[in-house]
Design a protein around this ligand. Structure first.
Ligand code: SF4
Length: 408
């Protein structure tokens, strides 16, 4: 189910965040962040479980005060995935999070700037063998660097990461991953390229403050995918102004689409619809998406608006549905297997997908006498062609009508 990536991944040093390997030959890892108060242990754990179910490998929680640190002490042992504490401004919160047993830290070099504080955290992390992400953020860059470079530049962000790395090296700490996030996509891509050229520490990719859907999704995908396609990046996070479960889903789906992670869930493909469509493709595709949302079926499933072109265009799909004469023609690997009423299309897809997952494609093709479905599909296809011919949008009649409207 995994497509072969067309690009070699840059080799980085491997570190471990709890049970999850990051970098080296490990798969690219999906991260997200809780939006609950970390002191709310039950609420935060509920969100962590939802994120894990959506494909998130590592979850980050803010550790902004003593209550949050105490919450982490209770969350860490009950979490299904490793927990990283997100630290800003207060280095003592990093020490408290380490005491709480977190599997990783994220430090922002832009707002913890005293070398003795940074080294105190790195020394403690070294002794506990807990990795730290140097999380440079374009929006909170050290003002001195901002001034030196005359604004926010890729070089300024890379220098911020390098300075932090030097402090870590001084205390013999190298369990590092690095991010240089910016909300400007070309800037973020440039910064990661430069960083990747000078270090072999694993890199965590993200477009920071990407914003709400759908624009945020587009920006985050543009930046992250561009780098992954160059072989850069060991972990990713979609920073969306949305339910964090959407971040986890997006991350997972991007990696599956690029062939960087094995497919776990349904890959739903659907035609964009056109004048030939005999069903409301958008509605059926949305209902199918909802029906498969929580099903762990690593199959490609197609929803096609007409039986004229649908089965051919989606012949590579494991399972598909094409509409004809108000009926759903189901096909497995391009071969018609069943005809169902319009009202039962989605249920039939779920039934056949479950069968294929449990028994395989060959067994599904043996499940029924396919000649009946093939004959019915041929009949509906030829009826549709007879009725619409090449003029699927009924253009000739419309042109007559348009001329009459304009000329009257
Ligand atoms: S020709 Fe058929 S399958 Fe292709 S877009 Fe139109 S309705 Fe969908």
């Amino acid at each position: 189910m995994t497509a072969t990536p067309l690009f070699p991944r840059k080799t980085t040093r491997q570190i471990r965040v709890g049970k999850v390997a990051v970098g080296g030959d490990a798969p690219v890892i999906v991260q997200s962040m809780t939006i609950t108060k970390t002191a709310d242990v039950e609420g935060t754990l509920q969100q962590i479980y939802a994120l894990a179910a959506a494909g998130c490998d590592i979850v980050r929680c803010t550790c902004n005060d003593i209550d949050a640190a105490e919450g982490l002490a209770q969350i860490v042992p009950r979490s299904p995935v490793p927990i990283i504490a997100d630290i800003h401004h207060q280095y003592k919160m990093a020490l408290a999070a380490l005491e709480a047993g977190v599997h990783g830290l994220r430090l922002n070099p832009g707002n913890i700037r005293k070398p003795e504080h940074i080294k105190a955290v790195a020394s403690e992390a070294r002794d506990r063998q807990v990795p730290i992400r140097i999380g440079v953020n374009g929006g909170s860059l050290d003002p001195a660097l901002y001034e030196k470079y005359g604004g926010l530049t890729a070089d300024a962000m890379v220098e911020s990461a390098q300075t932090e790395m030097r402090y870590f090296e001084e205390v013999g700490f190298d369990l590092i991953k690095i991010s240089v996030k910016a909300s400007n996509v070309p800037l973020m891509v440039e910064a990661y390229r430069k960083l990747s050229a000078i270090t072999d520490h694993p890199l965590h990719l993200g477009v920071t403050e990407a914003g709400p859907l759908p624009g945020g999704l587009v920006k985050a995908t543009a930046g992250i995918a561009a780098l992954l396609l160059e072989g850069i990046g060991d972990t990713i996070r979609f920073s969306l102004t949305a339910d964090p479960v959407e971040e986890a889903r997006a991350g997972r789906q991007l990696l599956e689409a690029l062939g960087l992670r094995e497919r776990k869930n349904v890959d739903l493909i659907a035609c964009p619809s056109c004048g030939r469509a005999e069903i409301d493709v958008i509605d059926v595709a949305n209902r199918a998406q909802a029906a498969f949302a929580d099903k762990k079926l690593p199959l490609q499933i197609a929803v096609m608006g007409c039986v004229v072109n649908g089965p051919g265009e989606a012949r590579e799909a494991d399972l598909g549905l094409a509409a004809g004469n108000k009926r759903g023609h189901l096909f497995v690997k391009g071969r018609n297997v069943a005809v169902v009423p319009e009202s039962e299309m989605v249920e039939a897809l779920v039934d056949w997908a479950t069968y294929i997952h449990e028994h395989g494609v060959e067994a599904a093709l043996q499940r029924v006498d396919t000649t009946i479905a093939e004959r019915e599909a041929a009949r509906d296809r030829s009826a549709a062609l007879d009725e619409q011919g090449d003029d699927a949008n009924n253009a000739s009649a419309k042109i007559v009508e348009i001329r009459r409207t304009v000329e009257s």
